[in-house]
Write a protein that binds this ligand. Sequence first.
Ligand code: HBI
Ligand code: FE
Length: 294
Amino acid sequence: MKETGEFHRASQAPAEDYTIPQDWESYTDEEHATWDTLYKRLMEVLPGRADKAFLEGLKALDLGKGGIPHFERMSDELEALTGWRVVAVPGLVPDEVFFDHLANRRFPAGNFIRKPDQLDYIQEPDVFHDVFGHVPMLSNPVFADYMQAYGQGGLRSLDSGCLKNLAALYWYTVEFGLINTDEGMRIYGAGIVSSPAESVFSLEDPSPNRIGFDVDRLLRTDYRIDDFQQTYFVIDSYEDLLEKTLRTDFAPLYEALRDEGHASSYEYSPADVLDTDKVFNRGTQAYANRGGRF
Ligand code: HBI
Ligand code: FE
C-alpha cells in the first residue's frame, strides 16, 4: 500500500467496494498542472500512434479541457455513451473487488496524482494513468463490452487457481495492447498511451517482439511490470478481441493449465517467440539485453 502522505487526501475507512469520494475540490493548482503537463506531453506523440478509438474517446469526453477531470461529470458523459461510470479508489484494490466493479461497468480510478518528480514513472496507478489511459477506450462500445466481459471472467476465475494467467490477458490487451489497422499498427493499451516513451518504443523500436493475439498463448506468458514490454500482442480489431474472449470457454484452458502445472505460473518468458506465433516483428531485444529501464 502507499504511504498515507502519498494519497491525494488522508485515507479514510474504505467502503466495502473500496470506493471513496474523489474530492475534486481539494486538488491543488499544482496537481491540476501536473495533469496538464502530462496531457501535453502525450499529445506530442499520440496522434498517428494511438488508435482512433482512443483519440476519439479523449475528444468525446473532453479530457483535454484542462485540469484533472471531475469523475461525476465525466461519468455522466461516459454513461450516456456506453453505460460505464468511473469511481474513485485510493489505489490498487483486491482482485475480487476490481473484477466486481468491471463486471458492473464501473471503472475504479485512483484519485491521487503523481508528484512532479515522478512524471515518467509511478508504481501504482494514479488518476492520470487510470483516467487518461483507460477511460477513453471505455467510450468505445465494443471495448466497453470487452472490459465488462473481463470482469465477469475474473469473477468466474476466482476459484480456478489461474488468476495469474488471466491477469496476463489483461496486461497484454487492456494495458499493453496494439491493434493492426488499415493505416498501420496503433496503440490502444492504457499502460502505453499514458507513457510518452513507451508510446514510441512499442511501435517503433526494433527491440520488442510484436506478435498476433492468441488467448491461450497469453494465459501462459509472463510479463515485465517494471520496464517496457519485451513483447507486444497485436489484435485485428476490438470485435475480434471481444469475440475471441467471449467465445473461449476458459474452464478447459484452466484445466489444461492445472494439469500441466502452469496454473498461476507462466510457461513462456516475456521474450519467447514460438513456432506457432504469428510474428509481425521479431524483436532484437537489444533494449532489454542492455539492461533496460529507459
Ligand atoms: N486495482 N485500482 C486497481 N487497478 C487495477 O488495475 C487493478 C486493481 N486490482 C487488481 C488488478 N488490477 C489486477 O488483479 C487485474 O489486472 C487482474
Ligand atoms: Fe491500468
